[in-house]
Design a protein around this ligand. Structure first.
Ligand code: NAD
Length: 243
């Protein structure tokens, strides 16, 4: 631990597994007091062993619950929005319900948490918001990622809008990962057939998947004061997928 986030309070959504979890753990290792949330309470509970001070169930699709949570958590310096869902398919596979679910979980969830936590950040004199977007949708199109790509492009636009409106007081950046080895990514690979994992590795020019810890390292930088001149940017971290 090198205390890069010492004295800061961080709030993380979708922190039970994958990128959200790795970010919560990395924030705690860097000295932040972390409040980690997810709908999976069983896996959340395991975070206590990782130096995470507080954990609680939060469904980011529930506006009232998000608002109440922000009041409960109080002054927050870092908000990391990780919740997201990958819908598989083209425009013709995407029903209105599929569209609405993806936009609700991937985009409106961030609208909810930012509306709930930003006033406290402004009152306290600053803060850093980090949204997890994706290389797919922002930097390139990926097959069968129709609505997913649309939601992640919306996250990048939402990020820029918040950044410009609060330019002198609160920073807002997003991270655009390539293919990262997480539970849901492995499920998508398994669903693609026996060679599914190899297919996902093959699209990564470095010949390997990224790790959630590699994404968390960038999140620590964006959450910390080291990145104090950086806002509104979509940071691609994709092992060269978009080269
Ligand atoms: P994951 O999909 O494996 O896990 C997601 C977590 O979100 C789970 O713990 C789940 O319980 C939680 N969750 C689901 N619905 C929720 C809700 N309504 N409220 C609160 N929590 C909820 O995680 P991941 O693959 O690390 O993905 C995290 C983020 O990173 C997502 O936004 C995803 O789109 C993005 N991303 C992932 C990859 C990748 O390759 N894994 C690449 C680019 C972007």
């Amino acid at each position: 631990m090198s205390d890069r986030l010492k004295g800061k309070r961080a709030f993380v959504t979708a922190a039970a597994v994958g990128i959200g979890r790795a970010c919560a753990v990395a924030f705690a290792r860097e000295g932040a007091s972390v409040f980690a949330t997810d709908i999976d309470e069983e896996k959340l509970a395991l975070l206590k062993q990782e130096g995470i001070a507080e954990v609680a169930r939060l469904d980011v699709r529930d506006t009232a619950a998000v608002t109440a949570m922000a009041k409960r958590v109080g002054k927050t310096d870092i908000l990391l929005n990780a919740a997201g869902f990958v819908h598989h398919g083209t425009v013709l596979d995407c029903s209105d319900d599929d569209w609405d679910f993806s936009f609700d979980l991937n985009v409106k969830s961030m609208h909810r948490t930012i509306r709930a936590f930003l006033p406290g950040m402004l009152e306290a004199g600053g803060g850093s918001i980090v949204n997890i977007s994706s290389a797919a949708g922002v930097f390139k199109a990926a097959p069968n990622r129709y609505v997913y790509g649309a939601t992640k492009a919306a996250v990048a636009a939402l990020t820029r809008s918040v950044a410009v409106d609060y330019i002198k007081r609160v920073r807002c950046n997003c991270i655009c990962p390539g293919t990262i080895e997480t539970p849901s990514m492995l499920e998508r690979a398994a669903a693609a057939g026996p060679n599914g994992r190899d297919m996902f590795v093959a699209r990564q020019p470095m010949g390997r998947l990224g790790t959630a810890e590699e994404i968390a390292a960038l999140a620590v930088y964006l959450a910390s004061d080291e990145s104090s001149f950086t806002t509104g940017v979509a940071h691609v971290i994709d092992g060269g997928w978009t080269l």
